[in-house]
Design a protein around this ligand. Structure first.
Ligand code: NDP
Length: 294
């Protein structure tokens, strides 16, 4: 029985980070500018704290300047907006991200739109979303997870996906929609499926490229996959019974089943996850080089 190639997201992410580090060094030598990232964290969500610590560590490794702005869970929307106003004009900060989720009393939409588009390294501001959606991909800051996923896809299939059928499971603004737009920009024929779609299995079986971003542990089964397909599993689901898997994390794809059908597949963990943080650093470097324009 054939077995899919396992896509090593950790190794690929290391390569991205090495490139970022060396480009940052060159940019500093040329312009005197050290890329700077600010992370805003509100409240004390333990998962957020772990993500922020890892972003700060990676930023340091890239030679970036980093600034963590912590506010209590009781902070108001206007306090966060004031902070963003400051960061938007801070000359040493080129990338700003607000760690989500925010406490529910804060207007997350307002907060995201208050980040200057040129510093919006998560790529969630309407200006960046609009650029990507209209095909002005080069000028857009692209959300990190789909940016990492398209890189992995490009490594295998090349940058031009003409004639390829892609199915994206999930339509969130963070993953599904920008993923679909990136695939479209690369000339793939794209279907976006979600919780109201019918017969996901049949839809998925048409996919040469299948991206699963639904947050449902092992929803995608082996028989949903077209033989030889490239399968990108974005899902990170914490499950009770780890079944020998590290930290009890599983993706949105039933990995073992899928591996016997697919041509290439990302593991969870060690696939898309490490790419996400690497692309955040790449976005920050690019924002610094562009000088916060846009
Ligand atoms: P959301 O919950 O925002 O979106 C999930 C999407 O999946 C929605 O569009 C929803 O449909 C759809 N969906 C949910 N259940 C089903 C179902 N049974 N059948 C078909 N579609 C379904 O999640 P995100 O997009 O933010 O994240 C998706 C997954 O990716 C999560 O596991 C998350 O942890 C992971 N993730 C991983 C990252 C990484 O770095 N690797 C980064 C970001 C997320 P509808 O719109 O109809 O509700």
């Amino acid at each position: 029985r054939r077995s899919a190639a396992i896509i090593d997201g950790r190794a690929r992410a290391r390569k991205v980070l090495e490139d970022v580090k060396s480009q940052a060094r060159k940019w500093k030598a040329k312009s005197g500018v050290v890329p700077g990232i600010a992370v805003v964290i509100v409240g004390d969500n333990p998962a957020s704290a772990i993500y922020v610590a890892s972003k700060e560590k990676t930023a340091k490794e890239c030679g970036f300047h980093s600034r963590i702005e912590t506010r209590p869970a009781t902070a108001s929307t206007s306090e966060i907006l004031d902070l963003l106003g400051e960061l938007n004009v801070a000359p040493d900060i080129h990338g700003i991200l607000v760690q989500l989720p925010l406490p529910t009393h804060i207007d997350a939409g307002k907060v995201i739109q208050a980040i200057s588009p040129g510093k919006d390294v998560d790529g969630f501001h309407f200006v960046n979303v609009g650029r990507l959606a209209t095909g002005a991909v080069d000028g857009a800051i692209v959300p990190c997870t789909p940016a990492g996923a398209i890189l992995l896809i490009g490594d295998i299939l090349g940058p031009d996906l003409s004639g390829r059928r892609a199915v994206v499971l999930g339509r969130s603004n963070i993953v599904g929609k920008p993923m679909a737009n990136l695939l479209l920009a690369a000339n793939a024929t794209v279907t976006v499926a979600h919780s109201r779609s019918h017969d996901l299995a049949a839809l998925c079986r048409e996919a040469d490229i299948l991206v699963a971003a639904v947050g449902r542990p092992e929803l995608v089964r082996g028989h949903w996959i077209k033989p030889g397909a490239v399968v990108i599993d974005v899902g990170i689901n914490r499950v009770q019974t780890g079944e020998g898997r590290r930290a009890g994390l599983v993706g949105d794809v039933a990995f073992e089943e899928a591996q016997s059908v697919a041509g290439a597949i990302t593991p969870v963990p060690g696939g898309v996850g490490p790419m996400t943080i690497a692309m955040l650093m790449a976005n920050t470097l690019n924002a610094a080089i562009r000088g916060g324009m846009g």
